[in-house]
Design a protein around this ligand. Sequence first.
Ligand SMILES: [Zn+2]
Length: 415
Amino acid sequence: MLIKNGWVLTTRLEKKDVAVDGTTITEVGTSLSGSDVIDASNHLVLPGLVNTHTHLAMTLLRGYADDVPLTEWLRDYIWPREMNLTPEDCYYGNLLGSVEMIKSGTTCFHDMYFYPDQAVKAVKESGMRAVISYPLAEFGNPERAGHMLQAGLQFMDTLRTESRIDTSFGPHSPSTCSPEYLLKVQDHAQKLSKLVHIHLHESKDWVENFSKAHEKPPIEFLESSGFLKNNVCAAHVVHATDKELDILKTHGVKVLHCPSSNLKLANGIAPVASMIKKGICVALGTDGAASNNTLDLFAEMRLMTLLQKLNDPSAMTSRAAVKIATENGGTALKWKIGRIEEGFLADIILIDLRNPCMTPRHDVLSNVVYAANSSAVDTVIIDGEVIMENRVLKTLHEEDIVEKAREHAYDLVNR
Ligand SMILES: [Zn+2]
């Protein structure tokens, strides 16, 4: 495949050709020749966006419970519905979320939810790239949690030869998993070279309650227990002191920042600019569509950048925001994605520069962060395959999926 004559974001924006052989970018240059040519002369060629924290099947609960705090939201709305989830619900929730993500330029995601086999099934059909976490929670029942961990190990084993799918351990949070259980999970993760995907420092109440119960704030506690390592992907980290951020940096913990969900559940604003200054790898996520309520990373990039500018307009540039949504996602998830560069996997999106939101072009990256919406995403390529062309999905039947997902969503909340 040859993506010809597009505006390519390398060290700067310039007109280039991008050659792809199989799944990989083989050359970025000028006057390249090749077959399967895609004319990108009116397009910006960007790495696909990476959604590093979501619960994709929760797309079925989009708009189901707004305007309540986290604890009430979970206890009164989300958990009762999740008790009645079926694998088929999750399958259609995953497909619905995949349609939305592809159409808004996301090429790779990191999921944590019930029935992870259904996420795998959807990923195989959609052609997306994903890291699927096996969800783990103890809830004071170590025997059951032990069985879950064994099932997780089996799940990972069955997927070890998949090329576009990786797996990770998904212990829900330090409040639903004991320190001993977390260490056991981390031990397996180290042996298998897998990520550990966990919610951390999401609400202020939670941090305070944990600190009282364990006589140390969670991040300090997890450090002293030996849990924090560079394979830990911590979603949220809204409330963290300078000292706690230093701890995360020391151990190479990745932060999965979900600004919309944090605001919607009144959890606050994560100190992303400070994290970046300290050299922490921050990547972007939407969280589930039940607490966002979209999976559109353009909206998330814009919100993230604006929130960091509360007191300092120079706190985050457009270029830094794009890096967080692309390259840092690749670093956090350990895929060689997020850059248009020789040797990187060919996860590429073409943005139509003729779209009104991309016009005029005083600063194209500024348009991407502050003005663009998903309607500007014209073509999506994942692992060297065209998944969407002229905004038409090639792997999924959008109309059927929307219809089936709507049926399952109504059925789920009335079951
Ligand atoms: Zn979450």
